[in-house]
Design a protein. Structure first.
Length: 432
């Protein structure tokens, strides 16, 4: 059994290394071939004598076939870096050529991709599906878990297609639900290996290179964010504040922001494509007597549209709180509003009523906004008619038991590798 995996960083490569060891216990002739995107992933594979390809270098040896239509694979990249359309189109054709040859020459039984919308996932997943081979799409999940789903990630997960009857008409095993919700923080591998921080420096530079180097570095790895702003953010992350504020905001609605260039915002947000209009609309739609509490995404603090900070400054009942523990903000809020982030799932853990403005995989147990004109009515309804806690628990139980791996790829130890091995085997054997 040959499994090809698209690997981002050292942390991903390490996890897939342990996965291969677990697979070889049951299937001695199985192999995991790592298709590495970043330097730390390549270095880990080299140091551990693993089978790998340095993808960003390999694809650039390919000739560009201009007859290949790559538009369907690159819309996310074009959205975040429109000035580099030609460079993105060129490298997408090279990826297409590389993976077509690779899958034609090598017997690959299953592919694991990181995400589904970036070209290094959308192209190989498309090509291997043409050979009728299965794909698992990977994404970090809620509460220290991971998603490996054959339909996709985020709103494309298989659970999003299940009927409410299937989810709600079942008995839950309380011990399994509590295992999911306990949310114990595990020791990360880099806590015991401080050198991991230094090994990731090159990865970061490739993700957010200085502007003069953008065309010289792999365009498909870049996030579209500025180099200087990203360095300031990393500095803040390394110097972690030990303060834990607990502010009293009175009655409030909590709106959690996301990174503007997140795939969720670009691809799965049919109503809002910017946070200023989202915040402004929510504020104008709130009933009297409530404040609006905002929380910036930790990767984007101080980096949102300047009009947002102006709006906050001009209105005393809009509060920006990046200091209070997020669980406390969630628990004390009347309702929680998200576009489509995992903060929504975190709120469900506490039995809170959630409004989603974009597409999600947990729409069964939230108020999902379908039309901007219905925002005011939806907020009022969410305040007055809460989602049933029993329904929320049944959804979370199904999500965890069937669809999530109770491990995180950054952990120092893994305890649920056997579940992923079973999922892989079922996919390869054509079972669900």
């Amino acid at each position: 059994m040959n499994i090809a995996v698209i690997s981002f960083y050292e942390s991903n490569s390490r996890y897939y290394h342990f996965l291969e060891k677990e697979m070889q216990i049951k299937f001695p002739h199985s192999n995991v071939i790592q298709l590495c995107l970043y330097p730390s992933s390549v270095k880990y594979c080299k140091n551990n004598n693993l089978k790998y390809y340095d993808i960003t270098k390999e694809v650039r040896q390919e000739n560009e076939d201009t007859s290949i239509d790559v538009d369907r694979f690159i819309d996310y990249h074009i959205a975040i870096m429109p000035k580099y359309k030609k460079e993105i189109e060129k490298v997408a054709r090279q990826y297409y050529s590389f993976f077509k040859k690779y899958f034609d020459k090598n017997k690959i039984d299953l592919l694991i991709c990181i995400g589904e919308d970036r070209l290094f996932a959308s192209i190989p997943s498309y090509l291997i599906k043409k050979q009728n081979k299965p794909v698992l799409f990977f994404e970090p999940g809620p509460f220290g878990t991971m998603i490996f789903d054959d339909k996709g990630v985020n709103c494309n997960m298989e659970i999003s297609t299940l009927s409410k009857d299937i989810i709600f008409n079942q008995e839950i095993e309380e011990d399994i639900l509590q295992e999911f919700l306990c949310n114990n923080s595990s020791v990360k591998f880099y806590d015991k290996d401080r050198g991991a921080y230094f090994r990731k420096i090159r990865d970061i530079i490739l993700s957010v290179p200085p502007k003069p180097l953008k065309k010289r570095f792999p365009i498909e790895l870049q996030t579209g964010e500025g180099f200087i702003e990203s360095i300031f953010y990393l500095k803040k992350r390394l110097i972690k504040s030990k303060k834990n504020y607990n502010k009293n905001h009175g009655r409030y609605i909590f709106l959690a922001l996301q990174v503007p260039t997140d795939v969720q915002m670009i691809k799965h947000s049919p109503i809002y494509n910017d946070f200023y209009n989202m915040i402004n609309d929510v504020y104008k739609s709130m009933p009297k007597g409530y404040k609006l509490v905002l929380r910036e995404h930790p990767m984007n603090i101080g980096r949102y549209d300047k009009n947002i900070y102006k709006l906050i400054k001009e209105n005393n009942d809009i509060i920006l709180d990046n200091d209070t523990n997020i669980n406390e903000l969630i628990k004390k809020a009347e309702i929680i509003i998200v576009n489509n982030s995992t903060v929504g799932v975190e709120a469900l853990k506490f039995g809170k009523t959630v409004i989603t403005l974009g597409k999600t995989y947990y729409s069964h147990v939230v108020y999902e906004l379908k039309d901007k004109e219905e925002l005011k009515n939806t907020i009022n309804k969410a305040i007055n008619i809460k989602i049933k806690k029993g329904d929320i628990d049944k959804y979370l139980y199904t999500l965890y038991k069937v669809y999530l791996i109770k491990d995180h790829y950054k952990n120092i130890e893994y305890n649920n590798l056997d579940k992923l091995v079973s999922k892989i085997v079922k996919q390869v054997e054509g079972k669900k």
